[in-house]
Design a protein around this ligand. Sequence first.
Ligand SMILES: [Zn+2]
Length: 191
Amino acid sequence: MPSPTVAGMGDTFQTLVDRDATPEDAPRLARPLVDWLVAEGIVLADAEPGWALSEHPAHPPGPHWHKAVENARWGSPEGVVVHTERHVFWSNHHDSDAPAAHCPRCATAVADHSLFSAEVDRWHGTGEGAVDCPACGVTVPIPAWNWSDDHMAFAVLGLEFWNWPWLSEAFRARISEFWPGHRTVFLAGKI
Ligand SMILES: [Zn+2]
C-alpha cells in the first residue's frame, strides 16, 4: 500500500553517490556502510529482488528505518539498492528547469545535453567517455563534469532509497563519513 504522502504522486527515490570511488574501491567502501546500516536496524542484511523499482536486488527496510528520516509518521519505505558498478544516477527534484554541466576546468555551463548522450552511453558500457568543453577545449571525462542541482552523477558507488520519507541531514552526513575525502552528491526524484 502506498503511504498517504506519496499516494498519487508516483514513486520517489533518494540517492547518495560517492563521485570519487574507483571501480576497485567501490565494493570495499560499500561493505562497512551496509554493515553499519544493518547494525543500526535501518536495513536488513540480505538484498532481495522486488523491493525497488529497479532490476537490482534491494535491502528491505529494517526495524529501525525511521532513524534515517526526518519525519517517519507517514512512512512506508521500500528497499535500498547498493550500486557498486558503473551507473548513471540522475534526479528531477530541483528548482531549475535547465540543469547544466559545468566544465571542471573553466566552469563554463553547457546546457546542450545532446553533446553528452553518446559519450554517456560509451562511459556506461566501457568506462571510457569524454566531451570536449566548447569553451576551453579541454577533453573532460564524463564523470568529471559538475552538474548544477546535482542533476546527474556518473559513478560506481551509490545508495538508492525507494519511497523513503525525506532522509535527514544528519543521516546523509553520517553516510558521507564512510567516504572520507570523497565528494558525495544527493540526487532525488520521482518517477
Ligand atoms: Zn572548459
